[in-house]
Design a protein around this ligand. Sequence first.
Ligand code: FMN
Length: 326
Amino acid sequence: MSFRIGNLTISPGVLMAPMAGITDSPFRRVLKSLGCPAVVTEMVSAEGLIRQGIGTLTLLDYAPEEKPIIVQLFGSKPDSMAEAARLVSQHGFAAIDINMGCPVPKVVNKGAGAALMREPERAEALVRAVRQASDLPLSVKLRSGWDQTERNVAEVARRLSGAGVDAFFVHPRTRAQAYQGQSDWSLIAETVRAVEQPVIGNGDLHSLADGKRMLDETGCAGLMVGRAALKDPWLPGLLAGVDMPYPATIDERNRVFCMHLDFMLACAGSEQRAVQRMRKHLAWYSQGLRGAAHLRRQLQHMDTADDMRQAFTQLEAINQKRTSTP
Ligand SMILES: Cc1cc2nc3c(=O)[nH]c(=O)nc-3n(C[C@H](O)[C@H](O)[C@H](O)COP(=O)(O)O)c2cc1C
C-alpha cells in the first residue's frame, strides 16, 4: 500500500495526523524512529507566518530525520494563504496541507478550519491561490462537514479536486462532533468514489485490524493515525509493516519514553519547559500500566528530567514484577 501526493510518494502509505500541541518535532522524531513513513507539522497560522510571530516560526522547525514532512497551514484568506505557502516553500517540506477541519471557535470564527467546508467557493479560491503560489504537492484535510445536517465532504472534495489538490485526508467527524463519538468511515468511501485523487482515511484507527478494515471498507489509498499513537507511537510503524514485538514491552516503553525526553530536552530551550511539555506524554506512555494512576498524581511534582526517568523506571519495575510472577 502506497499513495502519491502529486510527485511525493508515501510508501508504505501510512502517516501520523497533525495534532496541535502534540505532534511537535520531538514527538515526530519518535514516530519516525519507530517506522512511521511520514509526518505532518502541527497546524501553522498563515497570518502568524506573515507577521513572523516567533511562536509560529518555531512550528516550522524540524530535524532532518523527520523527512518527508508535510507542513499544514490554516487561514481564511486566499492572499494570506498564498503568501504563507511561498514562505514555507523555502523550508524543505515535502508537501503543503491545508487545514479545513479544525473545529475550535478561535479558528472557525475567523472563517478558517472547518468553517471553510460551509463556504466551498472561498475554500476553492484558497486552494487555487496556494496552488499558484507553490509548486509543492498539495493536500487538503477535511471533516465530514459542519454538523449532522451538512455532511458534505464528498461534495467539497469534488469541487476542490478541480482546483489543484493532489490528495485528500478525510477525518469523518463533523465540526459539531469535534472529537467525540465514532467516526463514520462510509464518508471516506463516499469521498473515494467522488474524486480521482488519492483519499487517505483517518479516524478511530487503533490496531492493525482497524487499518485493514478501513482499507477494505472504504477503498482509501492510505491511513492517517490520530490519537491512538499518543499512548502507542509504535502503531503507525506497525501499520506500515515494520516487524517488531507488539504490543511494546515495558522496557521498550521505557526506552522510547527516555528517547522522547532526550529529544524534548534538546529542543525545548530549558529543562523546566521540557519537563512541562513531557507531562502529558508521560501520562500517555504509562496508560494502562500498573501504578499509572499513582504516577499521574505525581506528575505536577516532577520538576526535573531525572524525576521523570526515575518515575518510569519505578513503573517498569512494578510491571516487570507483575509479568514475572505467576
Ligand atoms: C489535541 C488535538 C489536536 C489536533 N490538531 C490538529 C491540527 O493541528 N490539524 C489537523 O488537521 N487536525 C488536528 N487534529 C485532528 C487529528 O488530526 C485527527 O483528524 C483526529 O484526531 C481524528 O483521528 P483519531 O480519531 O484517530 O484521533 C487534532 C486532534 C486533537 C485531539
